[in-house]
Design a protein around this ligand. Structure first.
Ligand code: SAM
Ligand code: SF4
Length: 371
């Protein structure tokens, strides 16, 4: 049994409204039977814990959907149960994704009392027109008020912004990012807008009614982002994630370093000792599965060593620290070629993507992975 700490992901699939760019497993429901959901979440967790005995929990992440809509008592019940199933690291990181509305900000203190010690706030933009375009329910004022409350309540705060939005100029993004950096959080997630299949944005893009910055413009925005965050002391440690050294998301590092994580709740994925797990995606189907089977699992698949090494490569090359390549899956001649092209760099026994390489990550992975 490994002594690597385990990560626990808990998915809460409900949102107040569906954002037009989002393809996460998130659903709008008129009402949620909170008692039933709490009991089902605890059952799903107990099942997963039984498969992972004797582990130490290093992090918990409540993701969504909008977990800031969870009753704080449910968050507390999940954390109490987790502490009963596993030993908790003394410095366990407990993150919750929050939407920045005033209703949710009013619950932050209760969520902190429940045990949450880190919040990741979905500000998305510091521009009211952009927030309208993104279909967000909050404006900049409400978002910043929520950030203020979060910074007063939680020791660790991160927030998300989406950039490379339609018609976003380089100077406008530089001004927005400078403002974002001035708030002094230890962590920032900065995502380039992507048009995901099946979303409202995909329909608009297909009709030519939503046009994103082209490759060169997006690359210029990315480069400015790297320069400004590094200068502010929050360099990139992953493709879209920036932190003060030491303030990285420990939970997400577990994914990228290919450690074990338990995933509970609708649609949650997990990796336990080489077994890939996935839960039923639709909330009602997950709930019915828990009633029927005592857990919401849809499938469990033992991955062979090659699949695991390939997954570890895909995840590890997202990180600035890179990865020690496994010769069974990494084509050494491709490494040489990509290093010569300035897309990969070597650091001792490790390989890592350069800034130029990050923009071409998918192509790099195709070249690196042996057939
Ligand atoms: C699980 S989502 C949402 C968390 C929270 N419900 C919210 O909306 O604030 C995590 C993050 O992914 C990012 N995201 C989602 N869809 C995206 C897209 N199509 N392009 C870029 N970023 C996206 C957003 O920044 C979002 O905050
Ligand atoms: S971006 Fe967040 S609030 Fe919007 S639909 Fe997706 S999960 Fe829900």
């Amino acid at each position: 049994m490994t002594d690597q700490p385990l990560a626990l992901y808990v998915h809460w699939p409900f949102c107040v409204s569906k954002c037009p760019y989002c393809d996460f497993n998130s659903h709008v429901r008129e009402s949620v039977d909170q008692e039933r959901w709490r009991a089902a979440m605890l059952a799903d967790l107990a099942y997963e814990a039984a498969q992972l005995p004797g582990r130490r929990l290093g992090s918990v992440f409540f993701g969504g959907g909008t977990p800031s809509l969870m009753p704080p008592a449910t968050v507390a019940a999940v954390l109490d149960a987790a502490a009963g199933h596993w030993a908790m690291s003394p410095d366990v990181e407990i993150t919750l994704e929050a939407n920045p509305s005033s209703v949710e900000a009013a619950r932050f203190a209760d969520l902190a009392r429940a045990g949450v010690n880190r919040v990741s706030l979905g500000l998305q933009a510091l521009d009211d027109d952009a927030l309208r375009l993104l279909g967000r329910a909050h404006d900049v004022g409400e978002g910043l008020a929520a950030l203020n409350v979060a910074q007063a309540v939680f020791r660790r705060v991160s927030f998300d912004l989406i950039y490379a939005r339609p018609e976003q100029s380089l100077p406008a993004w530089e001004a927005e990012l400078a403002r974002a950096l001035s708030f002094g959080t230890e962590h920032l997630s900065l995502y380039q807008l992507t048009v995901e299949p099946g979303t409202r944005f995909a329909t608009l893009a297909a009709k030519g009614e939503l046009v994103l910055p082209d490759g060169d413009a997006a690359a210029a925005l990315f480069e400015a982002t790297q320069a400004m965050t590094a200068a502010a002391g929050l360099p990139r440690y992953e493709v879209s994630n920036h932190a003060r050294p030491g303030a990285e998301s420990r939970h997400n590092l577990t994914y990228w370093r290919y450690g074990d994580y338990a995933g509970v709740g609708p649609g949650a994925h997990g990796r336990r000792g080489g077994v890939a797990t996935v839960r039923r995606k639709k909330p009602e189907n997950w709930l019915a599965a828990v009633d029927r089977n005592g857990h919401g699992g849809e499938a469990e698949e033992a991955l062979d060593p090659r699949d695991r090494a390939t997954e570890a490569l895909l995840m590890g090359l997202r990180l600035r620290e890179g990865i020690v390549p496994d010769p069974a899956v990494v084509d050494e001649a491709a490494v040489e070629r990509l290093v010569a092209q300035g897309l990969l760099e070597r650091r001792g026994t490790r390989i890592a993507t350069t800034e130029a390489g990050i923009l071409l990550l998918d192509g790099i992975l195709v070249q690196l992975a042996r057939d």
